[in-house]
Design a protein around this ligand. Sequence first.
Ligand code: SAH
Length: 245
Amino acid sequence: MSNYKRFFCVGAPLLRGSEARLEGDECYHLKKVLRMRAGERLILCNGDGKDYVCLIEGFAEDSVLLRVVECCENQTETSIDVTLFQAVIKGKMDYVVQKATESGVRKIIPFESRFTVAKGENIVRLNKIVVESGKQCGRAFIPEVTPTQSFDNALVALSEYEAVLFCNERERNMNLLKGLAQVRGCTSLAVVVGCEGGFTEDEESKLKQISVSVSLGRRILRADTASVCALSVINAFFEADSGAL
Ligand code: SAH
């Protein structure tokens, strides 16, 4: 089953034996790109965290008719709901959202800070990237990429999370692993990474008031490197904690 192609139809109710229908980009990808045929099987996900094995029963003009033949737990999702708050990095957001998807995040919130150079990301393109990455790495959920937020709105959104880790290159007393130990057991975690210019002292001070400020080591990482490093360690920490690996 692991080699079945993966498709998404977020929100569609799926039950064993029920009919399902793929339309739009997913239908085009199946018919024109993969040239799949009736009788073949695939995995369909609707965002409930499960994998639904479906049989292709036939094709209509602009849709594919499927039959759900099996429902099983998805094996790739982590137990914790991680959101990446990423200050927009010029020319690197495609890479960041792709790696964040592979790292298991559920939501990506781009935001602007004082030193942000790039303005207004193409959210439609970023959301297409996360769908392709989610298919490639076997996700049951497709992370949501929200429209770019202001710094102040990002601060308000951060206050809704059980735990916030602020990746801070100026931090000298707490590394990421110690910070994770402090938030162990949380079910929703926000991770904040700055843009190529970092944060102003005022922004840093506001972030430190609502987060655990953590260092990723003594070297100054590029913003996209910091994002991947932090999410990789967080992933490994919670996978180990949940006994999954
Ligand atoms: N102010 C830095 C540039 C920012 S690095 C400079 O002096 O050049 C971009 C972002 O990556 C930072 O805002 C921070 O979120 C993260 N980052 C980079 N290196 C880090 C480190 N060693 N520890 C924690 N976060 C780091």
